[in-house]
Design a protein around this ligand. Structure first.
Ligand SMILES: [Zn+2]
Length: 413
């Protein structure tokens, strides 16, 4: 059976028909629709010489035994956000099915090849993304907090996952699945506008951005808007406003894809007749290079102190969340470039703003790479998410080439 990328597109439409409605995809993890999608996937792989298992975190695995026990993994997630798109996550899994068919047809591969459908990548129901992959990677460390989480209907996370035979305390046992993993490959839609702007169907992902997220609070003095002369004010919003403009300068100075966002400012007292006493700013900074991310952060801190002094207000920083950049494997990045050039002529390297299951696998020490296929208008997590069919077909071919090259490299040791 030669590779048939058109079949992948047809199967993705079939899955959308089966698990979506007029508002989009409804494959939210730990729901009946998600379970229907998992059953559909099982049927698709039914005729092939594979071993199937579901691990302790709810991840679905299919193993095609090869000459070597070292395994090349292909992974994706069939879960979606509510009213989601037809491709986010599902593309990787359904393309992986096609690659497994091709490999099985060619006989026993030189290495073992495994397809994984990660459980609950999106975290749509309980606000906890990368559930299955973080368990397998051994980085899930928030069980105590997860035990307390409830969905909008009041169902607890342990009860919801328990209905699918997952025991929260035992989820980390899924770690054994990554033993012997020699490489991890993931194809995903870009979910951003970069490849479309370049007119390229495919790109290689260098890694996922590191993130520094802070609350920055400026404190001045509330004072009457009519009786306080302009030179006597201690206006907290002035500090916040100057910082918002400065982070754009910082991002452009540091460059190489740097992004800084002030996503919100809450002012108090927040009435038209008073100078602002406190301005709480939410600041998100991202970069693929840890040193540059640290430089952006210290530049923003220094600027905020300068503005605070000049405006005669105080400033205070509190970290909300951070994660280090996760860089994918150099050797696999080169193979991915080759695979893309072979099927599409030109390749492009780009970072990923969103996190993906691949980041967890990479953090666990498994050499990892991702392929991005162009997203139309950069839209995702909406029913408007789309990619041209010809680009989807190229992406299946590129994944297949990358798998073949990776198997050959791993087998050669
Ligand atoms: Zn996804």
């Amino acid at each position: 059976m030669p590779l048939d990328p058109k079949r992948t597109v047809a199967e993705l439409r079939e899955l959308q028909e089966l698990t979506g409605n007029a508002d989009g995809a409804q494959r939210v993890a730990w729901t009946e629709t998600w379970e229907r999608a998992r059953g559909w996937l099982r049927e698709k792989l039914g005729g092939l010489p594979l071993e199937e298992e579901i691990d302790q975190a709810g991840n679905q695995w299919w193993t095609l035994r090869g000459a070597s026990d070292r395994a090349v993994l292909i992974g994706g997630h069939i879960d979606s956000v509510p009213n989601g798109g037809w491709l986010d996550g599902a593309l990787n899994v359904v393309a992986g099915v096609e690659v497994l068919r091709r490999l099985a047809e060619d006989g026993s591969p030189a290495t073992t090849v495994r397809l994984v459908n990660w459980a609950d990548e999106e975290g749509a129901r309980f606000g906890r993304s990368l559930f299955g992959s973080s368990a397998a990677a051994g980085s899930m460390a928030d069980q105590d907090e997860l035990r307390e989480r409830r969905d909008a209907e009041g169902v607890s996370l342990p009860d919801a996952v328990g209905a699918y035979d997952v025991e929260l305390d035992g989820a980390l046992e899924a770690r054994s699945q990554l033993e012997g993993a020699a490489a991890y490959l993931e194809l995903h839609i870009e979910q951003g506008p970069v490849l479309e702007a370049l007119g390229l169907p495919l790109g290689v992902v260098l890694g996922t951005f590191g993130v520094e997220r802070h609350q920055v609070t400026f404190r001045g003095q509330a004072a009457h808007a009519g009786s306080t002369p302009m030179d006597k004010r201690r206006d907290a919003l002035a500090g916040a406003a100057r910082l918002e403009l400065e982070i754009r300068e910082i991002a452009s100075r540091v460059g190489d894809g740097a992004v800084c966002t002030m996503g919100g400012v809450v002012t108090r007292p927040g009435i038209v007749t008073s100078v602002v006493e406190t301005a709480e700013c939410l600041l998100d900074q991202r970069h693929l290079d840890a040193a540059k991310l640290a430089e952006m952060l210290s530049n923003a801190e220094a600027a905020s102190r300068r503005f605070a002094q000049e405006e005669d207000v105080e400033v205070e920083w509190e970290r909300i969340w951070s994660i280090e950049p996760i860089l994918f494997d150099e050797g696999l990045i080169s193979l991915a470039d080759e695979a893309i050039r072979e099927v599409a002529g030109e390749s492009h390297r780009l970072p990923s703003g969103p996190l993906h299951d691949a980041a967890e696998v990479s953090r666990a020490g498994v050499p990892t790479v991702m392929l991005f296929v162009q997203s139309l208008r950069g839209l995702s997590h909406t029913k408007l998410e789309d990619t041209k069919e010809e680009h989807l077909e190229l992406s299946v071919q590129a994944l297949d080439r990358l798998a073949a090259k990776t198997i050959a490299r791993v087998a050669a040791g």
